[in-house]
Ligand binder design. Structure first.
Ligand SMILES: NC(=O)NCCC[C@H](N)C(=O)O
Length: 405
């Protein structure tokens, strides 16, 4: 057992010193994006893939240079598929959809996938497969094969795997596999599920939010302080999802308070972490247009059930729940146009490596300058290609181990 394996995994805040993180180095799945499918696959443009990989490598290198252990999703996936037949079955059955492929093709595809080695299978499960790439004989009795175009997907690619924040998150010593709201992302959770179930690194790790009763995405979940969780409700996480998550974390004694934060249902603010992230134990960077209008419902665990208050101003409700006098907002103080541009480019989506130390996209010059003026150390990364999926450093990282606060 390595020393890392001997150290307890878990996360109880947004800012405790980051020790281990899960990233996904983008690969062949980004090469599937075309002007015809990019909207449906939730990208705003077509990234230059080699450059996106360079940018991602630099992000991973920066984290390593700061002492963070970087786990890569593809490596974990291939290792889990190598070790476990059950993992292979799980990955294959999530990727083969008989409703879309028909039974003939579904059976042929599943039989083929069972013969593929673990590395190749990991690639197929992430990058997908087109009808042209089907290695099995003529269409025969499959009407579906006869009627599809060669470039259509037999297995849909998962370009948004890059945003590891959304398909799982840790709360305390448990991991939650999320229920992703949109069809383009739903299968991502089958891969995080199989990794956490079958990779030896995660042996014995227990689950949070197991019921999956309604959509909850990790980008909407902020661990404001030990025991206090904020959950954004908007385009992705639903009110039912937030309610179910609250009940689940109360039952498992992972939190005593959940703040449910309504956010506008539009692409620019698809998750709470697109408008607000923590940069210190008592400080957030927030999109100025909403900083003082955001509200929250406060759900508390009580001896005889739960209580719900609100909605009240978010900053006050958060400070009260966290037991601090005030939650500092780093006042980006920007004019409307600059603030809107930098919010769109994920200026508010920072990843904290420790209290007061964050990773941010370099392009958000004004927001970064304001953060530094407030005493925050900003480690800049390039993101011109990575950002075309509309996600920043927080979206691209799932902390697995932070020092407890
Ligand atoms: N937490 C996040 O905000 N993640 C970014 C997700 C971007 C992705 N293209 C999506 O639309 O889901």
């Amino acid at each position: 057992m390595t020393s890392e394996q001997g150290t307890a995994l878990g996360v109880n805040s947004e800012v405790g010193t980051l020790r281990t993180v899960l990233l996904h180095r983008p690969g062949g799945e980004l090469k599937r994006l075309t002007p015809r499918n990019n909207d449906q696959l939730l990208f705003d443009g077509l990234p230059w893939v080699d450059r996106a990989q360079d940018e991602h490598d630099a992000f991973a290198a920066l984290l390593r240079s700061r002492g963070v252990e970087v786990l890569l999703l593809s490596d974990l996936l291939a290792e889990a598929l190598t070790i476990s037949g059950a993992a292979r079955m799980q990955g294959i059955s999530a990727a083969v959809d008989p409703r879309r492929l028909g039974h003939v093709l579904a059976q042929e595809l599943a039989s083929y996938l069972r013969t593929v080695g673990p590395d190749a299978l990991a690639t197929l499960l992430t990058a997908g497969m087109t009808f042209d790439e089907l290695p099995i004989g003529p269409a025969g009795a499959s009407l579906v094969r006869r009627m599809h175009h060669g470039g259509d997907f037999v297995i849909e690619p998962l370009p948004n795997l890059l945003f590891t924040r959304d398909s799982s998150f840790w709360i305390g010593d448990r991991v939650a596999i999320t229920a992703l709201a949109l069809p383009a992302r739903a299968r991502e959770a089958s891969l995080t599920d199989l990794i956490y179930a079958h990779h030896p690194r995660f042996l014995g790790v227990r689950r949070a939010y197991e019921s999956h009763t309604a959509p909850v995405e990790g980008g909407d979940v902020l661990l404001l302080s030990p025991g206090v969780v904020a959950v954004g409700v908007g385009e992705r996480t639903t009110p039912a999802g937030a309610e179910a998550l609250a009940r689940s974390v109360f039952e498992d004694e992972l939190a005593h308070t959940v703040l449910v934060v309504p956010i506008e249902q539009r692409r620019a603010s698809m998750h709470l972490d697109t408008v607000c992230t923590m940069v210190d134990v008592d400080a957030v960077v927030m999109y100025p247009a909403i900083a003082h209008t955001l509200t929250a419902f406060t759900i508390r665990r009580e001896d005889d059930g739960v209580s719900i208050r609100g909605a009240e101003p978010f900053l006050e409700a958060a400070a009260a729940a966290m037991g601090i006098g005030k939650l500092r907002v780093i006042d980006t103080g920007l004019d409307h146009v600059t603030a809107e541009r930098e919010q769109w480019d994920d200026g508010n989506n920072t990843l904290a490596l420790a209290p007061g130390v964050v990773v941010a996209y370099e392009r958000n010059v004004e927001t970064n300058a304001r953060l530094e003026a407030s005493g925050i150390e900003v480690l800049r990364i390039a993101g011109s290609e990575l950002g075309s999926g509309r996600g920043g450093p927080r979206c691209m990282s799932c902390p697995v181990r932070r020092d407890p606060l």
